[in-house]
Every structure is written in structure tokens, then in C-alpha cells.
Design a protein around this ligand. Sequence first.
Ligand code: KG4
Ligand code: ZN
Length: 345
Amino acid sequence: MLVIGIESSCDETGVALVEGDGAPVPRLLAHALHSQIDMHQAYGGVVPELASRDHIRRVIPLAEEVLRESGRSLADVDVVAYTRGPGLAGALLVGAGVACALGAALGKPVLGVHHLEGHLLSPFLSADPPEFPFVALLVSGGHTQLMRVDGVGRYELLGETIDDAAGEAFDKSAKLMGLGYPGGPALSKMARQGDPTAFKLPRPLLHSGNLDFSFAGLKTAVLTQARKLGDQLQVRTADLAASTEAAIVEVLVKKSLAALKNTGLQRIVVAGGVGANRLLREQLNEACAQRGVRVHYPELALCTDNGAMIAMAAAMRLQSGSAQASRVYAFDVKPRWALGELAPA
Ligand code: KG4
Ligand code: ZN
């Protein structure tokens, strides 16, 4: 079963081919990606209309690229998968429209995939794929969730952010330090030259006794600190960045450990853009090594949005029999779509 996957939910256009031949984990044949970061940089964030237009320009050449690279043709494709949500409505419509048109033209079924399920299953694209069950820390630009994952489609929400996501905390803090977009990598790079203990910043909900997160207060504390610094901000940016990163990472690591303790599981998967963060990886690896817990990440290049995770999630869903591709080509997208609304396996 050859699945082509199309991702266009935000500022990356991704296309990939995954083959499921009955092996427990389907195989990635090729993937291609175009990031719009350079285009949005001038505006300090994603401009939805520009994002949609750029997806239109990129998606077909990227599809041609993966077919060429894998030596397959469109006629070989069995299922066309696309990101149905959550994300920017206009951007999602591009991928959904192209996927459904392609499916209709080829007479092949289509399958809409939940973007977060793509992130969640992205570690299966790595050379060291996890085994079920595991705890998943899903940390992207819009979501921060801890989940118990017992199998494909068997997801139990353990805790989530009650306001900003971790990625948002990185992005907003970076913006007010003048570090540009996307803020996570920029702040993290700046933090390397700073002292993480320089500023005392709050660790929201660290001792709340549950597995929820809150990052809005941290962002306000960073803003207050930046205002207090005034002209001094420029020379103290690295210290403030390092202190901010340390606060976010400490909360993510401690809550992850609490989730492992509560569930009694010995395996954790980290997915989503913030999973690329070096400090998070270092601290989580160290804490888990001490407890004999295995940690899995997607390949660094597949932490942020990509088509491979969409094709992979579709292939795993189809292979496990927990979703069926459809020959109905009328489509809708779901800009807001909670993972909990997904049909269970
Ligand atoms: O998963 P993703 O690519 O898109 C969404 O689905 O949201 O995540 C993007 C988020 C952004 O907030 C970005 O700043 C953050 O991931 N990010 C990072 C790093 N790389 C990306 N945050 C911290 N450190 C990084 N190295
Ligand atoms: Zn994402």
C-alpha cells in the first residue's frame, strides 16, 4: 500500500510517500518540504493569506519531487492522505483540495489526517521507533499536551495547557526580545550564550498536582523583566533568553516525569516543533536515563511540520484497520479539531 501524504496546515508545505507492506512500521520512501519561514520573517509571524498562496505554488512540484526521488509514479499510489486540521483554514484547504482532486483523477481513495496525530506518530519514522504503550509529550506551536498512547488511535489526554502552548511561549518571548520568527530556534540559539539562572522566572503550575500546563504568566513575567531592563535589554538578551528557556524546559520535563510516574509507563515520545529544542532533549534524556525510561524523538528534521508524518499516520491508521480511506471527494477542513474528537480505534 503506497500512501502519498500532503501537509499544508501552517507555514510548511510537505509531501511524502510511505509504503505499508504489512511490516509493523510502514517505510518512508521519500519526503520533500518547503518552509515559508523566509517569506513570513518580514512580518514577524505567519500571514495566513500568503501561506495559502505559497502552498498552492509549492505542492505540485514537491509531489513531483517525491515521485521522482522514489522512482514511483502517480499510478502506483493507493491512497492520497492530507492534513484535514487543525490549522489555518485557507492553508488546509489547499492541501485538501489538491489531495481530493488527485484522488478523484486517479480513482484512488483519500484520507484526512489529524495534524497532531501526525506529530504523535512521527517518532515511528525514526531509525529507533517506539513500541506501544507510551507517554507522549506533544509540544508544538499551538499545543502542549501529555497523552497516554496505547496504540494507533488509542489516545488518552492526561493534561494540557490551559492557555499558551510551549511553542507560543518561545515565540512570544522571542518576539519581545527582538529575536524574530520563528522564536523557538532563535531564542534557543541566543540562550546558549546566556546564564539560565540570571533572572528568576515563574514555573507555572509546576506544583499543581495535575498534568496541566500554563505559559501565559511566564510570557508576562518575561515582558515585565524586559521592560525593567529597558536599554539594558540588548546586552542582557542572552541571559533573559536562557532564563526563559530554562523555565519552559523545567516545566515540560517535570510534568513529563510526573506523567510517567502516574501511568507507570517506562517509555516517552516527544513530538512537535519544540521537541527539536536542545536543552529539552538534554534534560529529558538525563532525567529518563536516571529512571531507566526510554525516550524517543522524531528525526530532528521531522520534528516540525512535514508530509512524512501525515503519510505515516495515514498508513498506520489504514494498516491497523482503525480508519478507512474514502472515494467521496467532497471535502471539508477542520481548523479547530481536538485530538480527543478522533474516532477511537
Ligand atoms: O510542530 P510545529 O512545527 O508547528 C505546529 O504544529 O505548531 O511547531 C512549531 C513550534 C514553534 O513555536 C517554534 O518556535 C517551535 O516549534 N520550535 C522550537 C524549536 N524549533 C521549533 N522551540 C524551541 N526550540 C527549538 N529548537
Ligand atoms: Zn505541527
